[in-house]
Design a protein around this ligand. Structure first.
Ligand code: CAA
Length: 386
């Protein structure tokens, strides 16, 4: 979002060093916890503390707001490496970015200073609240309503599928402020967890990403000071979609990391596991499967890094390329993790091995930040408009 000369085809030494240091941290503190996080379904505060100590919990926050100011590719590398160890944990840097890109794109300087600093300092995480029970893919059909009352806004409504709900201190919430204007009558606000009238639903019981709570948000006459609006009234939906253009890249990174974790495990297993008197890795049928998995991952990585560069430069084709990266990387994550389970056979189908968790975690990447059907629609709309 800042560097017009950003070149993805040459990863800098800093990017490589960053990857190595994140991988060390993950091997040491995150991978050993991944199965337990999945089993208990509890948010991993120890992982949050470890990421925070290494300044990896919200890498995208610019230096002028107290952050480390990592570029979009560096943030992708962090998310990819954390997801390789534990998909739930990778939602810490990913959702902190999702919740705050609306501020970076559209908020007043005052709002940025107020809310990006605590995020960078590690005293409050951010979530992003767009979806509602009746407004999923059709996000503009939302019903949450914010009405102006003097200098304040009064917010009522329900949001659903909100990642890291309850553990985040701050929420970027989209609500209708002018019902006659459709998508151009939606505005974005910052809501604090402590705002009176703001409560949470029970955590959803999910297939995967169990260490990241997903809950409903309830707003019952929540009074917001006038300066909590992000940008001008009526610009909230465009801000929300422009945000997704940047953050679909981070979901691609998460999917890529999950797939890489599954391939690495499958390769190591295939070299150890013996059948018919030799390692199963010596059978061509297995070799072809592993080769296909590696090919898909490398293609997804190239597309994801290319999308990260487009995000960093805010390229004209960002909407198309970020949708393509999210869609492709998540589809291959599902295919690769399914094949990794196959490589492990019966063992792969049990919780004694990590690939079944990876397969369950991969599934969500085809669904959230817009289903892959929506991504294809976005890509087609962009193609046909040219
Ligand atoms: N950036 C900025 N503005 C954009 C835009 C973009 N990428 N795309 C469209 N717009 C503008 C349009 O120009 C239009 O403005 P005008 O009327 O002034 O021209 C306005 O926004 C409305 O656009 P559309 O008419 O195209 O809107 P639509 O109602 O047809 O819907 C959609 C578009 C692509 C389907 C969109 O609703 C969408 O992306 N849906 C999926 C929702 C989604 O991704 N949800 C994810 C929730 S977050 C999540 O999952 C997080 C998590 O848990 C981790």
């Amino acid at each position: 979002m800042k560097n017009p000369d950003f070149d993805v085809y040459h990863l800098t030494e800093e990017h490589e060093l960053l990857r190595a240091s994140v991988r060390d941290l993950c091997d040491d503190k995150i991978a050993p916890r991944a199965a337990e996080i999945d089993e208990t379904g509890e948010f991993p505060w120890d992982v949050y503390e470890a990421l925070k100590s290494a300044e990896l919990h919200a890498t995208h926050v610019p230096e002028e707001y107290g952050g480390v100011g990592a570029d979009a590719l560096a943030t992708v590398i962090v998310i990819e490496e954390v997801a390789r160890a534990c998909a739930s944990s990778s939602l810490i840097p990913a959702v902190n970015k999702l919740g705050t890109v609306p501020l970076l794109i559209s908020a007043s300087e005052e709002l940025k200073q107020t809310y990006l600093r605590p995020l960078a300092e590690g005293t409050g995480m951010f979530s992003y609240a767009l979806s509602e029970p009746e407004a999923g893919s059709d996000a503009a059909a939302m019903r949450s309503r914010a009405v102006k009352d003097g200098d304040e806004w009064v917010l009522n409504g329900v949001k659903r599928w909100i990642t890291n709900a309850g553990i985040s201190e701050y929420y970027t919430v989209m609500a209708v402020t002018d019902p006659d204007e459709g998508a151009n009558g939606i505005s974005a606000f910052v809501v604090e967890k402590s705002d009176p009238g703001f409560t949470f639903g029970a955590p959803e019981k999910k297939l995967g990403i169990k260490g990241s709570p997903t809950r409903e948000l309830y707003f019952d006459d929540v009074r917001l000071p006038g300066n909590r609006i992000i940008g001008e009234p009526g610009t909230g939906f465009k801000t929300a979609l422009a945000t997704l253009d940047h953050t679909r890249v981070t979901i691609a990174a998460q999917a890529l990391g999950i797939a890489q974790g599954a391939l690495d495990y499958a390769v190591a297993y295939a070299k150890e596991r013996k059948q018919f008197g030799k390692a199963i890795a010596e059978f061509q049928g297995l070799q072809f499967m592993l080769a296909d998995m590696a090919m898909q991952i490398e293609a997804a990585r190239s597309l994801t890094y290319r999308a990260a560069a487009a995000s960093e430069r805010s390229d004209a084709d960002l909407t198309l390329i970020s949708a393509a990266a999210k869609c492709y990387a998540s589809d291959i994550a599902m295919a690769v993790t399914t094949d990794a389970v196959q490589v492990l056979g019966g063992y792969g189908y049990t919780k004694d091995y990590p690939v079944e968790r990876m397969m369950r975690d991969a599934k969500i990447t085809q669904i959230y930040e817009g289903t892959n059907q929506i991504q294809r629609m976005v890509i087609a709309r962009n193609l046909l408009r040219r």
